[in-house]
Design a protein around this ligand. Structure first.
Ligand code: GLU
Length: 306
């Protein structure tokens, strides 16, 4: 049986991750813009699921990136969710309050010999792979890291650090795979009530960056640490993050963290926005509101009954 699989409770339309624990779900927007219909679908999906499962919904603001996160967007997110009729458990969680937890996780991976510092810029990586024929891309479309800094000698590393160069931290994927359990997978519900087993393919991500030069963590590390800290049993998010789950499951495995159920839901087409908006193809919820569209109309259009 896969890690994280649990008995099915036949009284419920859908089943929750951890046996005997009230399900915990989360909606986790990044405050770098206004919420659109795609966010609305995800928030409503989580909200409905939390009610169906008799669970709690956490709102987590994913604000680790100081360049892109803005308090005004966070305020707008809360306002738009309230308008939409989504209810969450207070207090609102913020990733920026958990940097110490991310650091501990990095220390742990480092002690396991799984991290190395990387001084490369994006341009360095692009240059390094430009002459390599058919160099593979990761699921986000970035070239896999070619391992330049993995091959640096200890002296070289010390010299670069000594001269004030900033480094990110990369996961040594082959070492990580060697340490992890043979087969890592997860229970994938999609939008269905019964799960299927998915085998994780973390190698697709190569030596992924787990801490950036400018931010002492990364999306992948932060989300895994937070889901565990907050006791999330069911991660419901868009299909665009399906591939990221392979990496998240590897990190959970290495850090001994529980495996939530995953529910990757459909993505919303522009068309849905066009049908609601008088003027634009992919409007923000607040623009729809300004045009006189009601929250009930948005919910109906996205397939949620009032
Ligand atoms: N913060 C991410 C986003 O806004 C979502 C992350 C997640 O649900 O794991 O796309």
């Amino acid at each position: 049986m896969l890690d994280g699989m649990n008995d099915v409770d036949t009284n419920l339309p859908v089943t929750s991750g951890a046996a005997n624990v009230a399900p915990v779900l989360r909606f986790a927007p990044s405050p770098n813009g206004y919420l659109h219909l795609g966010h609305a679908y995800s928030a409503l999906f989580n909200d409905r699921l939390a009610r169906e499962l008799g669970g709690r919904l956490i709102l987590r603001i994913e604000d680790i990136d100081p360049q892109r996160s803005r308090r005004e967007f966070e305020a707008a997110i809360l306002e738009d969710l309230e308008w939409l009729g989504v209810t969450w458990e207070e207090p609102v969680r913020r990733q920026s309050e958990h940097f110490a937890d991310y650091e501990l996780a990095l220390e742990r991976l480092n002690e396991m010999g799984l991290l190395y510092p990387c001084f490369c810029t994006r341009t360095d990586i692009a240059n390094a792979v430009s002459s390599l024929h058919d160099w593979p891309l990761d699921p986000d479309g970035s070239p896999l890291y070619p391992g330049t800094c993995k091959r640096l000698s200890a002296e070289d590393r010390a010299r670069r650090t000594g001269s004030g160069l900033h480094a990110g931290l990369r996961l040594d994927m082959s070492a990580a795979l060697a340490l992890a359990q043979d087969r890592i997978g997860w229970s994938e519900y999609g939008e269905a009530s019964e799960p299927r087993d998915v085998t994780a393919e973390p190698a697709l991500w190569g030596d992924v960056l787990l801490a950036r030069k400018d931010v002492p963590t990364s999306y992948h590390l932060a989300v895994v640490v937070d889901d565990a800290l907050q006791g999330v049993t069911d991660v419901a998010r868009g299909m665009d993050l399906f591939s990221a789950t392979s990496l998240h499951r590897l990190l959970q495995n290495l850090l001994d963290l529980p495996a939530p159920n995953y529910r990757h839901h459909r993505l919303i087409e522009d068309d849905e926005g066009a049908k609601l908006s008088k003027s634009q193809r992919s409007p923000a919820l607040r623009e729809l509101r300004a045009q006189g569209v009601s929250a009930a109309q948005v919910r109906r259009r996205l397939g949620f009954q009032i």
